[in-house]
Design a protein around this ligand. Structure first.
Ligand code: DHB
Ligand code: FE
Length: 280
C-alpha cells in the first residue's frame, strides 16, 4: 500500500532558484538561508520518497486569466520547466506518475467529490521547481517522480484555507487506498509573508509568520479558518500562498511530529519559512 512519509512546508522564492543555479548559495546574503534549509536535503535523503506531490501555484506561466483552474492535478508523464521570461531554469524535466495521479483523481472526484482539473500537458514554474531544488540540489535527474497539484491563489475568488485542509485530508485517503507500495512526500509551497506590488510592496510580518508556524502543526482547524482578508492584511497580497501549506497539513495525521522548523528574513522580497512534519 502507498504511504505518506511526511510533509514539507517551504517558500518558493524564485531568486532562491537563481542562487542555486548560479552557484551563489555560499555568498553572505544567501548562506544563512541555505544553511538553515540544508536539513531538508538531509531529511529527504533519509526518507527517500518514490513520489513527491508538490502543492504549488502557477504564476501566470502555464495558466493565466484565460484559464484559471482552482485545483489542477498533473496526470501527465512529464512536466518541463516553464520559460518565465529569462529562459526555463536549468533543472531536469519532472517525470510524472500517471498511474498514481489518475488514482488520486478518481478518489478525489468519485469518493470525496473534489472536482479537480486533470492536466496532461503542464509546464511548471518556480513555484514547483524551487522547492525541488531546495530538497535535491542540482541532480542530472530528479531522484523521484513528481505529481504537481496546482492551486489558484492568484485570481479572485481563491479557495478557502478550509477547502485546502479538506482536500489534503481527501488526498490522504486517495494515497492510502493506492495498492502499490509507494512512499509519498507532500510539499506545501509558497508564502510566507510578502507583497510584491502596490503601496505595501516589501511587507514582511515576522510575528504573524511565526504564529502561523506555531499553529499549523498543532491547530490546523483553527488556522484553516483564517479569512483571506486577514491573510492579505497581515501577510501581504502574495502571502495568501500560505494556504497551500494547509493542503500538505491535511494530508498528514491529526497529530504530527515537528522534525524541523526554520525561518529567515530576507529572501528577496519574502520571508522564508521551512517546516518538516511527520505523522505522530
Ligand atoms: C517572490 C516570491 C514569490 O513567492 C514569488 O512567486 C515571486 C517573487 C519574491 O520574494 O521575490
Ligand atoms: Fe509565489
Amino acid at each position: 500500500m502507498a504511504k505518506i512519509i511526511g510533509g514539507v512546508g517551504t517558500s518558493h522564492v524564485p531568486s532562491i532558484g537563481a542562487a542555486i543555479d548560479h552557484g551563489k548559495t555560499q555568498e553572505p546574503y544567501w548562506k544563512p538561508l541555505f544553511d538553515g534549509a540544508a536539513v531538508l536535503r538531509r531529511w529527504i535523503d533519509e526518507v527517500k520518497p518514490d513520489v513527491v506531490i508538490v502543492v504549488y501555484n502557477d504564476h501566470a506561466s502555464r495558466f493565466g486569466l484565460d484559464l484559471t483552474p482552482t485545483f489542477a492535478l498533473g496526470t501527465g508523464t512529464s512536466f518541463a520547466p516553464h520559460d518565465e521570461g529569462y529562459g526555463p531554469r536549468p533543472v531536469p524535466v519532472c517525470k510524472g506518475d500517471p498511474e498514481l495521479a489518475w488514482h488520486i483523481a478518481e478518489s478525489l472526484v468519485l469518493r470525496d467529490e473534489f472536482d479537480v482539473t486533470m492536466v496532461n500537458e503542464m509546464t511548471v514554474d518556480h513555484g514547483l521547481t524551487v522547492p525541488l531544488s531546495l530538497a535535491f540540489g542540482r541532480p542530472a535527474e530528479w531522484p523521484c517522480r513528481v505529481i504537481p497539484l496546482c492551486v489558484n491563489v492568484i485570481q479572485y475568488p481563491q479557495p478557502t484555507g478550509r477547502r485546502c485542509l479538506r482536500l489534503g485530508q481527501a488526498l490522504r485517503r486517495a494515497i492510502e487506498s493506492y495498492p502499490k507500495d509507494t512512499r509519498v512526500a507532500i510539499f506545501g509551497t509558497g508564502g510566507m509573508s510578502h507583497q510584491l506590488q502596490g503601496e505595501r510592496a516589501g511587507l514582511i510580518n515576522a510575528a504573524y509568520d511565526k504564529k502561523w508556524l506555531d499553529e499549523l502543526a498543532a491547530n490546523p482547524d483553527r488556522v484553516a479558518n483564517t479569512s483571506h482578508l486577514e491573510l492579505l492584511t497581515e501577510a501581504g497580497s502574495e502571502g495568501l500562498e500560505i494556504i497551500m501549506w494547509l493542503l500538505m497539513r491535511g494530508a498528514l495525521s491529526a497529530e504530527v511530529r515537528q522534525v524541523h522548523r526554520f525561518y529567515h528574513v530576507p529572501a528577496s522580497n519574502s520571508a522564508y519559512g521551512l517546516l518538516l512534519l511527520e505523522d505522530a
